[in-house]
Design a protein around this ligand. Structure first.
Ligand code: CA
Length: 78
């Protein structure tokens, strides 16, 4: 029981720190990461990763797409 609480706490912490990162990336605060914001946030990541992460093909990445792509290793977690 103690272990599962610790795991849950660490998951919540990870989520909270990710949300801060998303806000930092979303420089115009419109809720999605545009191609320009993507290049600024991931300067050493090939643009193909943006295309791969853009599940709904909107041309920008929302928070769920960033989270899924980071989890899948398509985007670096740092
Ligand atoms: Ca944006």
């Amino acid at each position: 029981m103690k272990n599962s609480i610790a795991i849950l706490a660490s998951m919540l912490f990870a989520t909270a720190s990710f949300a801060a990162d998303f806000k930092a990336m979303d420089t115009d605060a419109n809720g999605v990461i545009s191609e320009i914001e993507f290049v600024a946030a991931y300067p050493s990541t090939p643009e193909a990763a943006l295309v791969a992460a853009d599940v709904d093909k909107s041309g920008a990445l929302d928070e769920a797409e960033i989270a899924a792509a980071t989890e899948a290793g398509v985007l670096p977690s740092e």
